[in-house]
Design a protein around this ligand. Structure first.
Ligand SMILES: C[S@@+](CC[C@H](N)C(=O)[O-])C[C@H]1O[C@@H](n2cnc3c(N)ncnc32)[C@H](O)[C@@H]1O
Length: 208
C-alpha cells in the first residue's frame, strides 16, 4: 500500500476533476455548517483537498486555516482561491499534529471526507477537541467503512494492495459516536446520509 501522502499527491489532479456526485446533499451540508458560522469565526479545515468547500465558506467567516497532507492538493487549492479572489484562507501543507500551537483557537473545525483516512482516529478527535475553543464545533462527514459489506471491504483491501486505494480506518457509526463522546464532545446533529456515511455536528462542551 502506498503511504497516504504519496497516494493523495498522485491522485490530486484526478480528484479535482471529479464532480461532486450528490449536489443536493452537499448543499445541505454547506447550509447546516453555515448555521454555526459568524463573520467573527476562526475556522480550521483539515484534509481540505482542493479547497472547494473552504472557498465557499470563506465569505461567511473571519479566517480559515485549511490544511492537507498533500502538497499537490494545497498548490491546487491556493490557485483556486486566488482565481476566486478569496483572501481569508491560509492554506498550509500538514497534518493535525503540526497545529499544537493553535490549541483553543478555533470556533469550528471541519473534517470532511477525511476521518476514515486517518490511521489514529481517536488521537485525531482528541487533537480537534484541543484545537477548539469551548463551545466550538467539530463538523465531520465520513465514510463508515465498518458498515460496508464484506465483499466491498475485501475489494478495498485488494485495491490497497494494488496501490489504487488509500489507507482506511474501519469504524462503524456507533464506534465513531463513542470516540467523539470519549473525547468530550456532545452530539448536536447527526445525519446518516447513507448506510455507509454520516454527517455529524459535535460540540466541545464546557465542563470535562
Ligand atoms: C477524500 S479527500 C477529501 C477532500 C475534501 N475534504 C473534500 O471533502 O472534498 C481526502 C483528503 O484528505 C487528505 N488527507 C489524507 N490523509 C490526511 C492526513 N493524515 N492529514 C491531513 N489530510 C489528509 C488527502 O490529501 C485528501 O486531500
Amino acid at each position: 500500500m502506498k503511504d497516504s501522502k504519496k497516494f493523495w499527491d498522485d491522485s490530486a489532479e484526478k480528484y479535482v476533476k471529479s464532480p461532486i456526485k450528490d449536489q443536493v446533499t452537499y448543499q445541505k451540508k454547506l447550509d447546516i455548517t453555515r448555521e454555526y458560522l459568524t463573520p467573527q469565526s476562526q475556522v480550521l479545515e483539515f484534509g481540505c483537498g482542493s479547497g472547494g468547500t473552504a472557498i465557499l465558506h470563506a465569505p461567511y467567516v473571519n479566517q480559515i486555516v485549511a490544511t492537507d497532507i498533500s502538497d499537490n492538493m494545497i498548490t491546487i487549492a491556493e490557485q483556486r482561491a486566488k482565481d476566486a479572489n478569496v483572501e481569508n484562507i491560509r492554506f498550509q501543507q500538514g497534518t493535525l499534529d503540526q497545529l499544537h500551537n493553535a490549541d483553543g483557537s478555533f470556533d469550528m473545525v471541519l473534517g470532511l471526507n477525511v476521518l476514515h483516512l486517518l490511521e489514529d482516529v481517536d488521537d485525531a478527535i482528541d487533537q480537534v477537541h484541543q484545537l477548539l475553543k469551548t463551545d466550538g464545533v467539530f463538523i465531520s462527514s465520513t465514510s463508515l467503512i465498518g458498515e460496508v459489506n464484506i465483499v466491498f471491504r475485501w475489494l478495498i483491501s485488494a485495491m490497497q494492495w494494488l496501490g489504487l486505494a488509500p489507507y482506511v480506518s474501519r469504524f462503524t457509526r456507533q464506534q465513531l459516536i463513542e470516540k467523539l463522546k470519549r473525547s468530550g464532545f456532545s452530539i448536536e446533529k447527526e445525519w446518516q446520509t447513507s448506510h455507509e456515511s454520516v454527517f455529524i455536528v459535535a460540540k466541545k462542551s464546557g465542563a470535562m
